[in-house]
Design a protein around this ligand. Structure first.
Ligand SMILES: NC(=O)c1ccc[n+]([C@@H]2O[C@H](COP(=O)([O-])OP(=O)(O)OC[C@H]3O[C@@H](n4cnc5c(N)ncnc54)[C@H](OP(=O)(O)O)[C@@H]3O)[C@@H](O)[C@H]2O)c1
Length: 244
């Protein structure tokens, strides 16, 4: 697949890892359609993308809105060559205290939405015999973590989903992969206290957090022609904290 003049749809592109991915893809000549749950997020996306794409309002909690929103993209004559499922949340609690809402929100946004976004793009990718689906997983999907049974389940869930989908579309020129970050400095981990932070750092052989750009570089690689024979893979980007 030629990476020049392709279009990527990226969920959660207004900040953090999603924003870094968008910027790196733009540098490679990719047009980006980036989503946010807020109008101010959409403005932020439009501001940094300039003429290289546009922002779109999408709240993945509203499952019924996902397919119609993506259909609108196609109706406006945009083809989606690359789908990047980046949006994700945490809602941590020990299982004994976790309520249904904490469980359901995380599963809905991190896992169920990926079913709907992927379903929205897969037919047209099959018709065109090319496409890339890349989802941002997490090291926690492999290792588990106290207080994150919901998050870990969602990130493990996408592994089975991606391996299955990769098998279904491998002969159609479509690759389906996961990039699994370790600990990356974004708003997602801003609530970690200094004791937890020290503990996490002590488990990272490289003794530092990862950067959003380091995750974006892995995503850009999997989006490119250079990764044309890689599918059903989990690319861990974690400073050595987990070697799968
Ligand atoms: N940071 C880490 O250490 C780390 C480690 C492993 C995996 N990850 C994964 O990396 C991905 C990006 O996280 P991040 O660290 O960049 O976090 P972040 O800075 O908090 O960004 C999260 C993004 O998800 C979007 N989002 C949240 N709720 C949403 C909803 N209901 N519908 C649609 N979009 C929603 C947000 O959009 P709005 O701001 O518009 O709501 C935001 O753009 C996530 O999947 C996360 O699980 C992160």
């Amino acid at each position: 697949m030629n990476i020049i003049k392709k279009t990527a749809l990226i969920t959660g592109a207004n900040q953090g890892i999603g924003k870094a991915i968008s910027k790196q893809l733009v540098k490679k000549g990719i047009k980006v359609i980036g989503t946010s749950t807020t109008l101010s997020g959409v403005h932020k996306i439009n501001n940094y993308l300039k003429k290289n794409g546009f922002g779109l309002l999408l709240d993945l909690r509203d499952i019924d809105s996902i397919i119609p929103t993506i259909q609108q993209i196609y109706k406006k004559r945009n083809y989606i060559d690359i789908l990047i499922n980046n949006a994700g949340i945490t809602s941590d609690n020990l299982l004994i205290k976790m309520n249904e809402k904490e469980w359901e929100n995380v599963i809905k946004i991190n896992l169920t939405s990926v079913f709907y976004t992927s379903k929205s793009v897969i037919s047209s990718m099959i018709k065109k015999k090319q496409g890339r689906i890349i989802t941002i997983g997490s090291v926690i999907g492999n290792t588990g973590n106290k207080g994150q049974s919901n998050y870990s389940a969602s990130k493990s869930g996408i592994i089975g989903f991606h391996k299955s989908l990769a098998l279904e579309v491998a002969s159609k020129g479509i690759t389906v992969n996961i990039v699994a970050p370790g600990f990356i400095k974004t708003n997602l981990i801003k609530n970690i206290n200094s004791n937890q932070y020290k503990k996490y750092l002590s488990n990272i052989p490289m003794k530092r957090l990862g950067t959003t750009k380091e995750i974006a570089d892995a995503v850009v690689f999997l989006s490119s022609e250079k990764a044309s024979y890689i599918t059903g893979h989990i690319l861990h980007v974690n400073g050595g904290m987990h070697m799968a």
